[in-house]
Structure formats: structure tokens, C-alpha cells
Design a binder for this molecule. Sequence first.
Ligand code: CP
Length: 312
Amino acid sequence: MSLLKSRHLLGLEYIDAEDITAILNAARSFREVLERPIKKVPTLQGKTVVNLFFEPSTRTRISFELAEKRLSADSVNFSSATSSTKKGETLVDTARNIEAMKIDMVVIRHSSPGAPHLLTRYLSSNIINAGDGAHEHPTQALLDMMTIREKHGDIKGLHVGIVGDISHSRVAISNIHGLLKLGAKVTLCGPATLIPREIEKMGVDSCYHVDELIPKVDILNVLRIQLERQDSGLFPTLREYHNYFGITRQRLEAASKPITIMHPGPINRGVEITSDVADSEHSVILDQVTNGVAIRMAVLYLLAGGENVEIS
Ligand code: CP
């Protein structure tokens, strides 16, 4: 039985501060496991996890796969490019056929918002959302919060700026839910065309000038400008986006204190962030990636009910 209030992780909108904190605390223990010479515990021995990826992914897919292996689960990777979905099979039929092979947990990334929710109606496995359209990416926000806790201690009272294409960002939405639940202040920044109207109703501030934001924040989470949107008319050119919103060392010098720099990846160097900032001493971008494995181990462990656990 799940050690969280839900059997599934569908989004941070649906879980409370207590469960978010439980995941972050468990992840801290698993982070320690990752430093051992033998990075493996028997926690999920006998469990089978299927990674259903209908969209490209580097970090999330490999991170889940490593988390499963380090928990001693059997894991299977599904790629839509080489599957029978190419022959017209529906998502639900594909998932039900895979579940008929006796699996326990499904990790799903899909371009349609709500795809993980749909699977909960048809499968008895635990479902974990690895990114559904522009809706949510809960494990990304959890690893972001873990990284913030590592660097700053308590999240409560910190001011986090999220810069970029908020309208199309599941990372932004999950971060907003999670950070507000743990007591952070959140300000969104980007071109007006990339910030949803009435987003303030979620409890965040928004601004359209990154130079006004920088002096106020402790952390900047810089989002990828999705290159596939450059012909959409939402911003004139990538060069212009960089001129107005790109995070540069020169811009950061306006702040009176060092700002922690985060990015979920993949990075477009020279567009939303310059290389010297991405690779600077205040960047925690690769720490985020490392913490991603620990967070995913924690989520799998807690949803599976914490059996066979020897994490300390
Ligand atoms: N941050 C993130 O979701 O990266 P991938 O698309 O590579 O999984």
C-alpha cells in the first residue's frame, strides 16, 4: 500500500505539503545511497516498472530507469516509435496489454495533458506522470525543490523567479504548485505572449522585465525556449528573446547577492541562458539532474509502500 495519500503521482496540484515533504525527505536518504560504491538497495525487488515514453526524453527517461535499477526493480522501456501505436493501437489498449503481462507500476510521458489520469481509470498499476503535455511534470518540480533545499535549507520564505515560456511549460506549473505549498514566493517572467492571462489567480506574481525581477529573487529557474515555437509569432526572433530575457552574467551583476541558477534542461545555450551563467559556480543545473534519480527512487519507493527497505 502506498505510503502517500494517493496510489499515483499525477501532479503536485493533487498532493499536499505533507506528502511533498515526505518525498523530499526520502529522496535525501536515497541521495546518500547514490554516493555509495554499490549504488543499489533491494527495495523494489520483485516489482516490475514499465516506462512508457510517447515523447522524446533524455534526463527523465534515463533517470527513472536508473532509479528503478538502483531499487532492484525489473524495468522495461517502451518507445512509441517502435511500438504497435504506429499501427493504430490506442494508448489505453497499449497500456492494458502491457499490464496483462503482470506489471506493478507505469511511468508515462505523453504529449496529451491528462494521459496519466486516463490510465488510472483502466489500470490497477501505480501511475507516475513523467510529463503530460503542458500540464504537469511533478518529478521535475520535486527534484527542483530538493535542489533548492540542499542549497538554501528551508524553502519557506524564499523568492523563486521562473523565466521563459510559462504558457507551454509543465515544469512551471508543477513548480508553482509545489513551491507555493512549501511557502515560497513565486514570480513568473517572460514576454506577455508567453504568460497565461490570470495566472496570478494561482497565487503568483508576474512581470515582463527580467531586469526588474533579478534584484528581488533568491533563485532563478530558467526555462527552455522551445525552438519549435520560434515560427509561432509568440516572440519575434530568438535573438530578440535573448536580448530582452536571456540570463547573462552582466544582468546578474545587478543583484546584490548571488542568485542560484536552475534550468530543467535541455538548455539552448545563448538563447535563454549564456554558457558562462549555465556553467558558473552559482549554477546547480547538474545537481538537479543528480537529485532527479534520488527523487524518482523516493517516489517509486513511497508509492510501492516502502517494502524491503534498507536505505540507511
Ligand atoms: N527536464 C526534462 O524533462 O528533460 P527531458 O525532456 O530530457 O526528460
